[in-house]
Design a protein. Structure first.
Length: 153
């Protein structure tokens, strides 16, 4: 078998050695950047490319990311609506009227006990009823009531 002798230039060998070392150790710029610069506080740079410079694969990825964000927001809104609806429902037990603090009886159906004692004004004169529906109760009984007036022309 013939022995193949290859000759490489010094620059080619040097480039191959640098490439092998950088692959093993990593890029020197990433280590320096991580040591001296915190990239989390920097705002992202704006995309200054025109629409025809953006590739179809990147457009497809951007559209998919936008749809994912929309679906996530809709799902979160649905869950929040369900939680809100659950919080709004209040089931209280039926109240027992016998446990009320004060039991009030209606005076509207009480029998009239018109005794002539009408409510008085500050001057001590009898207060006149202002219309026929006005009623004055005292001690649970109807004391004074407006008169049914019929107008005639």
């Amino acid at each position: 078998m013939e022995q193949i002798i290859r000759s490489f230039s010094r620059s080619t060998l040097f480039a191959a050695a640098v490439l092998a070392v950088s692959m093993i150790m990593g890029s020197p710029t990433t280590g320096a950047c991580a040591d001296h610069l915190d990239t989390s506080i920097l705002a992202p740079l704006p995309d200054l490319r025109t629409p025809d410079q953006v590739g179809w694969l990147e457009r497809l990825r951007n559209r998919r990311l936008a749809q994912t964000k929309i679906h996530a927001a809709k799902a979160e809104a649905r869950l929040e609506a369900i939680k809100q609806k659950g919080r709004a429902t209040v089931s209280r037990p039926a109240q027992d009227p016998s446990t009320a603090a004060a039991v009030v009886e209606s005076q509207a159906g009480s029998p009239p006990a018109i005794t002539g004692a009408a409510p008085e004004t500050i001057d001590g004169k009898a207060l006149k009823p202002f219309n026929r529906q006005s009623k004055f109760y005292q001690g649970g009984f109807l004391v004074s009531q407006g008169k049914n007036r019929v107008r005639s022309r």
